[in-house]
Design a protein around this ligand. Sequence first.
Ligand SMILES: [Zn+2]
Length: 86
Amino acid sequence: MLEITKENIEKATAKARIAKPLVKVIEFRRYSVTNRETGATYEVRFTKIGNQKFGECTCPATKICYHISSCLPINAVLASQMTQTA
Ligand SMILES: [Zn+2]
């Protein structure tokens, strides 16, 4: 589980813009990310502890990867929808 910070997510987002992976929602905070070129699919999960956000991905990367950053905007939309209905 890796902490998501503004710095590391910015780097990963720059990569995601180039790679443009396909993101599918499994459930809130759980996503499936597919690389359009290789077809490789990884699972991304988010956890929130206090005000800190954490992400994990099943890919071999040992830092915040573009799979995680690709899911963040969708996660934010789902989170805001949940607050509205709550
Ligand atoms: Zn990854």
